[in-house]
Write a protein that binds this ligand. Sequence first.
Ligand code: ADP
Length: 296
Amino acid sequence: MDELTEVFSALMTVEYRVIGCKRVTGGCISEAYKVLVEDSAGKQLRWFAKANQPSFLSNFNAEADGLERLGATGSIRVPRPACVGQVAGRVWLIMEWIDQSPQHDSFFRDLGTRLAELHRCTSGRRIGLEQDNFLGAATQINQATGRWTDFFAENRLGFQLRWGVDQRLVDGSLRQACERIIGRLDQLLEGRAEDTSLLHGDLWSGNYLCDDTGQPVILDPAVYYGCREAEFGMLRLFGACPPPFYESYQDCFPMKAGWQRRVKVYVLYHLLNHLNLFGSGYHSECQRMAEQILRS
Ligand code: ADP
């Protein structure tokens, strides 16, 4: 509690007295706390605070930036970030605390509609972002290129492939398959709409929740502008959203036929990222997915 008192007094613009804190589990990367504070009028408020080592400052800045960008669209709820900074030996990200409730019957319909709304209201021709950010603990390169397929070939698949080869996690056969996919990307992604949208970028079941009013909330983004079919790569891998999610998404902002085939390219990107972050246990899944893509 002493540490959080110091953190809140150093980083928050409003004066708060920290009166309680509790560790929050479930995250994979940082240490998280629910912090109870009292303002000068005696009103009690709760905040969500994450801590990590100093080298994580740019990750927390990128996360706060992503939350702000998503929040500014007004399409889907995200926790409002309050501040990022270093206090003593650790860096902190403090954001709005979200009270959760169990997912109700129409939760996935609402999540689909809200996500479609995010993609629809940001729809345009932008690709990438002004700055790089992070996908989990991995760097994500966002340097814009003129075409989506070039962007995805260079900054997504190409980046992961080079990293995997450097780490000796990608063998010759996976390398060859990925290189063939990169070479055929125009053909493999043909049929999509050319428009791009602001993407959450790392959407899976650990990064959405149901708030106490029943509304979906998305967390931990890795935002950039890109083809919205890419949003479903990670969800396909670790999301298991039921059919009503996809139905309501399609009702609100339909994707072109063939997206279920094209999405495999985006699944492969996330699989390669997992291979690079978590090791060779993901190699055979990468290989299988790459072969499936090449057969399609
Ligand atoms: P990490 O970045 O380490 O993966 P997360 O941001 O996923 O950590 O947070 C860890 C856990 O805290 C999550 O499982 C989530 O349920 C919960 N959580 C995340 N953000 C909030 C928030 N703003 N309010 C309340 N709980 C949150």
